[in-house]
Design a protein around this ligand. Structure first.
Ligand code: WQD
Length: 336
């Protein structure tokens, strides 16, 4: 039996596939390649030394999704396919509800029809909204300040309703904090098509000389150095969190949410200096006004995942930067 990974060619999905293949699981990827390059599939195979099927299809496409369940014996699904740019979600809300919410509905209906009822869902710490106190625990009230975040809250709710209607479902919603870093091989990592929105790809572009300087949004937060604080988590640790969730679901029925974070925050400026130290490159920056919708401090209470899933992060901020930098250099080399 195989694990279906939707969005498996993406930044997080590709690392999950590597991890699943490494521990001997069979994998099937479904990805529409709207924000991932097809060559990522070859790189996953290269790292894992194993082959697996990959389908270029959209998770909203009912017939295509059904066909996967007809063609393969799918034990469980790890669902990551979706859109994730906060700003874009404010401009194009319908697109976000369609891709994320309708996509999840199509997928769950196909799973139900096929009798496959084990699902790990890619959620986000954004479901905790703008109100503290930190660290965020899983029972913190859910709220969101943009359509992207609302799609995650809606999908989590749909999954709880699904389990309430049929207790055979085994569901884990994993709330990611700020995934950064890359696979230690330097072959896969965060490679957004177009202009990046997130902090680390921006820092990497400055270090690589592709941008003159970084804009730091907000220098007047109530934090030690005035910059916003986030819980950066290595993408390889995050990938292992999915495997831990899958293992847990094999012995559990229910619908449960887990934070995936380190439980510790670093400021934007701390990340900048860690990256500068690891890369040996200067990272000039200017402090600009706060970015709309940002909160000052966000980090996880990571106790539940450790207690129930037996998962905790192992990789340091330094390693996150070193691995991201290795990937950036690989990308620059291959672009030459
Ligand atoms: C981190 C910090 C920025 C860029 C977002 C989504 C969230 C989740 C992860 C998932 C903030 C600052 C950024 C720059 C900066 N999404 N920054 N200069 O906002 O914590 O979370 O991504 O899919 O849902 O909201 O992450 O990386 O955008 O920002 O100073 O050029 O870096 O203001 O304080 P964020 P981020």
């Amino acid at each position: 039996m195989a694990i279906l990974v939707t969005g498996g060619a993406g930044y997080i999905g590709s690392h999950i596939c590597v991890e699943l293949l490494r521990i001997g699981e069979d994998v099937i990827v479904l990805d529409n390649f709207s924000n991932a390059k097809p060559e990522v599939i070859g790189r996953i195979k290269q790292i894992a030394g194993r082959d697996f099927p990959a389908r270029a299809a959209d998770v909203r496409h009912e017939a295509a999704v059904r066909q996967v369940f007809a063609d393969y014996d799918v034990e469980a699904v790890i669902h990551l396919a979706g859109l994730k740019a906060v700003g874009e979600s404010q401009v194009l809300p319908l697109r976000y509800y369609q891709h994320n919410v309708a996509g999840a509905l199509v997928l769950c209906a196909a799973m139900q029809e096929a009798g496959c009822k084990t699902l790990v869902f890619s959620s986000s710490a954004t479901v905790y909204g703008a109100e503290g106190p930190v660290p965020f625990r899983e029972d913190h009230p859910l709220s969101a300040v943009n359509p992207y975040g609302r799609t995650k809250i809606m999908i989590e709710q749909i999954l709880r309703d699904l389990h309430a209607s049929d207790s055979a479902w085994r569901i884990a919603s994993l709330r990611y904090f700020n995934p950064i870093g890359a696979h230690e091989s330097g072959l896969i990592g965060e490679d957004p098509l177009g202009t990046p929105n997130n902090l680390l790809p921006c820092i990497a572009q400055v270090a690589a000389g592709r941008r003159p300087r970084l804009t730091v949004y907000g220098g007047d937060y109530d934090t030690a150095d005035g910059a916003a604080v986030r819980d950066y988590v290595h993408v390889a640790d995050l990938a292992q969190g999915h495997v831990s969730a899958l293992t847990y679901l094999r012995g559990y029925t229910g619908a449960e949410a887990f934070n995936l974070g380190t439980g510790r925050g670093y400021s934007v400026l701390e990340l900048v200096s860690a990256f500068a130290a690891v890369s040996g490159r200067p990272i000039p920056y200017v402090i600009a006004p706060r970015r709309a919708g940002d909160i000052a401090v966000c980090y996880a209470d990571a106790a539940k995942a450790e207690k129930i899933l037996g998962w905790r992060t192992r990789r340091s901020l330094r390693q996150m930067c070193a691995d991201a930098w290795r990937f950036t250099r690989t990308m620059l080399e291959t672009a030459k």
